[in-house]
Structure formats: structure tokens, C-alpha cells
Design a protein around this ligand. Sequence first.
Ligand code: NAP
Ligand code: ZN
Ligand code: ZN
Length: 354
Amino acid sequence: MTAHELTAVPAYAAPAAKAPLERTTIPRRAVGEHDVLIEIRYAGICHSDIHQARDEWGGALFPMVPGHEIAGVVTRTGSAVTRHAVGDRVGVGCLVDSCRTCAQCRAGQEQYCLNGATLTYNGLDKAGERTYGGYSTHIVVDENFVVGIPDGLALDVAAPLLCAGITLYSPLAHWQAGPGKKVAVVGLGGLGHMGVKIAHAMGAEVTVLSQSRRKEADGRRLGADHFHATGDPATFEKLSGTFDLIVNTVSANLDMDAYLGLLGVGGTLINVGAPENPVPVGMFSLIGGRKSLAGSMIGGIAETREMLDFCAAHGIGAEIEVIPAERVNEAYERVLAGDVRYRFVIDAATIAAA
Ligand code: NAP
Ligand code: ZN
Ligand code: ZN
């Protein structure tokens, strides 16, 4: 068992699946020699928080304090910490530990740790203690899973980069989005809007595929060259065989065969959206054009640092609506209703207030 140095840290937790989140307190472990204590300033609300708080992926642990888009300031460091100092502006994403010895960890791909990385919340750490996420005032994290936030990025717009940003940066970099590549982003939500900004900054020709034309002006302002409504069946005919890459960020099941039809020969449809139910695929949709159906999960720690530098260099932050913690349940409903432009971010100062 780990000593709980901080025993009553204010937080917002879901007490049970689908129950509204409520104010509570949680323990945080003592600051170990490799740990930093972070005073959380902002925590983004990712759709994954909602999936897990509602136990849509199974195996959820309650009470659950969601939040893996964390930005804050270091207020204490363990005796062996070298990467961060008191006063540093830092972030924490979806991972707070991994085995550090398997081939994936050694390659800097801790998200694919063969022994199972430790998730920031809804998981167990190596000591067997529950992990609690960023809807809280403080968190204790090993320095190797903490990233510095570059000076040019404000903490509020940086917070969503820790999940939404890296989740789009990693596949766009891996599949080499860049000049001469036609990239489509499906779903202009938290992840999708980061995808448009990042793919545009990488030099790709970017298309948004959204359910309607409602967000078209935003899409173009964020960097999209083209914008099409998937609710219009003519879109699928018109864009047949167009794209090198399609990144699907949608949290619900889509018709995979219809989207595979939009790829050119050799194209790749990358799924980052994580719907609750399996999605059928017709193999002829792949065979006919040597197409690939792929998935991608967040990114490693080194790549997260690279992404933050890239975003700072290109002036990329998230488009956010900052809310007090007491409005978190309303924010969840609004995300589910598609009424967010484009990420809710909790002001952590409002979590402590009773
Ligand atoms: P979000 O803000 O809710 O955005 C999802 C977008 O998908 C919506 O804005 C909407 O865009 C579109 N959409 C929603 N319902 C749809 C439907 N029934 N049919 C077609 N389009 C629909 O969510 P998010 O935070 O970006 O997360 C998206 C998904 O990615 C979630 O499943 C989340 O769990 C997952 N995720 C995965 C990773 C990973 O590592 N792979 C990381 C983070 C999140 P339009 O209005 O433009 O159509
Ligand atoms: Zn997330
Ligand atoms: Zn590992």
C-alpha cells in the first residue's frame, strides 16, 4: 500500500455508472522521490470521460474521477526529480506509468505497453491503488509521465492537447500527412478540430466530413480547405476515391464501407473514435483498392512533447469553453448533443470551492 500523504483532495467523481458527477474528496499518494505534485489549473472534458463514466467500454471502477487532459503548475518535487522544478507549467495526458522495459516502452510508445500502461484514471497503479484523474485540484505523477508546456501555449488551451491533440498528431505523423496528401477528418468535435488544425499545419489538403454544414465556417477558419456534409448522400458519390488518409473521430458507429469508398487506392482509414459496439466491414471494401483499415491510440510521452513543440511553433491551441466544475454534468449532456465548440475545459479553481 502507498502512503496517502494528501488525504482529502477536492475532486468531482461519478459515484456509479451513468450517475451524475458530484463533488467529493480523494486521496493522492505521498510525493515519491521521482514524483511531482501538480496543482491542476485546467482539465479538459474528453468524450472518453463520458464513455467511461457511463461504463460504455466495460470494467469501469467507481467512484471515478475522470480527466486526462491536465494542465497545471508543479508545486513540489521529489528528491530525485530532474525534469521539472517548482513553478514549471506542465501537463499530464492519458498515461501516468507503464512497465518501461518492454519493446514498446523502450521505443517510446508507452501507450502500447505490452504489460499494460497505467491509465491516469479508471485504472490501478503498480502499487494496486486506484488512479484518479484531472477533475481535481492536485495530482501526484512520476516525472517521466509529466510533460512541460511550452511558453507560447496558455494552460487552458493547452490542456486538450494532452489527449485530443496527441490522439490526432500521432496518426497524422505516422501516416505522413503533409504536402501533397489529401486528408479527411470525420467529425468536427474535440478530436476532430485538433485534427484539422494539425493536418493543416503539416501542409496537407484538409477536408472536414461533418454530419451537416452547420460547422462549415468554423471548419474553414480552423484550416480546412473543403467541407462536406455526410448527411447528404451525394457527398459519398462526389468524393468517391478521393483521400489518402481519413481519420474517423466519431464516437458512434459509422458505415465503414461507405467511408472506405472515399479512399483512393492504397489509402488508409484510421479510427480514433471508440464507439461502444462492434462495426461491421465488408472485405471487398478493402480488397478492391488495397486499402487499410487502421486504429490509433493517443501517443507516447516523447511524441507528446514533440506534439506540444509543434503546436507551440504553429500557434495551435484548442478552441475551448471554460466552465466551472459544478457545470460538468451539463457539459456532458452538451457534448452528447454535439453542442460544444470544441472542447469544454474545467477551471480547477472552482473544484475546491464548496
Ligand atoms: P466529441 O467532441 O463528441 O466529437 C465527436 C464528433 O463526432 C462530434 O462533434 C460530431 O461531429 C461527430 N458525431 C457525433 N455523433 C455522430 C454520429 N452519430 N454520426 C456521425 N458523426 C457523429 O468527442 P471527442 O472527445 O472528439 O472524442 C471522439 C471519440 O474519440 C470518442 O469515442 C472518444 O472516446 C474517442 N477517443 C479516442 C482516443 C484514442 O486514443 N483513440 C482518444 C480520445 C478520444 P460533427 O458534428 O462534425 O458531425
Ligand atoms: Zn481523451
Ligand atoms: Zn511496457
